[in-house]
Design a protein. Structure first.
Length: 212
């Protein structure tokens, strides 16, 4: 029997998925990480695909990338591209990838994706390039409004990320956004209100706490 929290997550996800569909994005709900991995691989398909990814603790901590390689797909490992020439090659490969994996910093009850990025590489591939984008997000990322999303990112997600990346920002020591300029990873604010290309963006909501 489902717990009250599990029922809540399922019902809340159903509300969001209806809104995602209206915004020309596909939405799915999985109760746990293992179900989410299976859904991700189902969406990618059986034929070998090229798969890129953006920086994400959700992906890193839960084995999503390992599942891609285990299924026989070509994972574009961005950490292997280090020189300026290699980084140019990486950009080309990611832009033309069959799939791009990422999480979202927040998602509203109305089905909008809310993200803040440093260099903008993660959000750039969400916006344009890869044929398909799969967004994997724990239900801890759900917020009421876009404004709530940005507050969540700046005061809940960014401080631990700055600690992880050893950024010398005020939030890294205070745990609260300091509206800083020096060493900031809060450079690009992007709200995705719909997909211009129908069903290019596929969102898997997971009934667990994932990432920051």
């Amino acid at each position: 029997m489902a717990t009250p929290k599990e029922t809540f997550y399922k019902n809340q996800a159903a509300t969001i998925i209806k809104k995602l569909n209206m915004r020309k994005m596909e939405g799915y709900y999985c109760k746990n990480v293992e179900e989410a991995k299976a859904k991700m691989l189902e969406l990618i398909g059986n034929e070998k695909k090229t798969v890129g990814y953006g920086g994400s603790m959700t992906l890193d901590e839960n084995g999503f990338k390992d599942s891609v390689t285990a299924a026989g797909h070509e994972l574009i490992i961005r950490e292997n591209y280090k020189t300026p020439e290699e980084e140019k090659e990486l950009k080309s490969k990611l832009t033309n990838a069959d799939f791009f994996l990422m999480s979202t910093n927040a998602i509203t009850l109305d089905g909008e994706l809310v993200n803040i990025d440093g260099r903008g590489n993660r959000v750039s591939y969400l916006i344009y390039g890869p044929d398909n984008v799969i967004v994997i997000a724990g239900m801890n990322k759900v917020v009421s409004t876009v404004e709530d999303g940005y507050r969540r990112i700046r005061n809940i997600a960014t401080p631990p990320n700055c600690n992880r990346l050893d950024c010398k920002t005020p939030c890294a020591t205070t745990g609260k956004c300091g509206e800083c300029f020096t060493d900031s990873i809060c450079c690009e604010f992007v709200t995705t209100r719909m997909s211009r290309v129908p069903n290019r963006i596929k969102v898997i909501l997971v009934g667990e706490t994932l990432g920051y």
